[in-house]
Every structure is written in C-alpha cells, then in structure tokens.
Design a binder for this molecule. Structure first.
Ligand SMILES: Nc1nc2c([nH]c(=O)n2[C@H]2C[C@H](O)[C@@H](COP(=O)(O)OP(=O)(O)OP(=O)(O)O)O2)c(=O)[nH]1
Length: 138
C-alpha cells in the first residue's frame, strides 16, 4: 500500500493576493507551484507543523486562521497526501528561499494559470471560489 503523508500548507493573503512558491530543483515535484508548507511530524498539531514549516521555508512567523476547506486527499505516484490548507497572514516579512526557487504574490484570477502540483488544480479552483466570499482577501 502507498504511504499516507499528512501535509499542511498556508494560503497566505496580503493586499488581495495569495503567496505561492515554486518548488526548488532536486525536490519531488520540482518546479511545480505550491502553497508553502510541508509534512506534519508525528505528535505535532497541524497548526504547530504549519508554523514550523513556514519558519523553516520562509523564515517567517505566521498568524493562522480557519481551514480553507476539509482535508483533501491527493494521490501521487509515490504517496497519498492528506493536505490541509489554512488561511494565514504573515507576521514578519523575510520571504527567504529555503525550499523554493521563487515566491510570488498572485491575484486570485491569475492563480489558475500557474503550473501547479497536479493534485492541487481542483483545490485551487475551489479556493478561487472561496476567495470571492466577503472579507477573505483582506
Ligand atoms: N507544501 C505543499 N506540499 C504539497 C502541496 N500539494 C501537494 O501535493 N503537496 C505534497 C508535495 C510533497 O510530496 C508533500 C509535502 O512535502 P515536502 O517535500 O514539501 O515536505 P517538507 O517541506 O516537510 O520536506 P522534506 O524535508 O521531506 O523535503 O506534499 C502544496 O500545496 N504545498
């Protein structure tokens, strides 16, 4: 059976845009775009894992709010990913490149054009709808 991996990632919003990252070369799914985040360690809460990952990847502190939607299951060849996305805001602004080639801020109507991790595409479509709801982009 394929390995199941719990992953948590952040939909970081500022000034009406969402922060996305292009995975560094040499990592699984290199060059694809993703929401910054990573694997949850055993015994760690999703929120603690997300804060740790954002500190490691971007060198930044995060304020986490609600889940974007329920945990999604993404089938990759190498594993089954259980991905939970949270809305979040940056509390610092270092945006270091420890896991990404590029980071960029994207308006919701441009999100669908990125070369996403394949399983992310339906999630991005749902996210775009969600972002149109009142208050989400502030
Ligand atoms: N961060 C992130 N990972 C995602 C997304 N969608 C998706 O399928 N994944 C997958 C890709 C990876 O197989 C896994 C995340 O693991 P990772 O390799 O980024 O993990 P990590 O930062 O803990 O790093 P590592 O030390 O194991 O390299 O989840 C997403 O939007 N963001």
């Amino acid at each position: 059976m394929k390995q199941k991996i719990k992953v948590v990632a952040a939909v970081i919003i500022a000034d009406g845009k969402v922060l996305v990252g292009q995975r560094e070369k040499g990592r699984i799914l290199e060059d694809r775009w993703e929401f910054p985040g990573g694997k949850v360690n055993s015994g760690e809460t999703l929120q603690a894992a997300l804060k740790r990952e954002i500190q490691e990847e971007l060198g930044d502190q995060l304020s986490i709010s609600e889940r974007v939607f329920e945990t999604a299951v993404i089938e990759h060849e190498f594993a089954t990913i259980e991905l939970t996305l949270f809305y979040a805001k940056l509390l610092s602004y270092n945006l270091q490149l420890h896991a990404h080639t590029k980071l960029k801020w994207v308006f919701p109507n441009e999100l669908a054009q990125l070369d996403w991790i394949p399983g992310n595409v339906p999630l991005v479509k749902r996210l775009i709808k969600n972002l149109k709801k009142e208050g989400k982009l502030r």
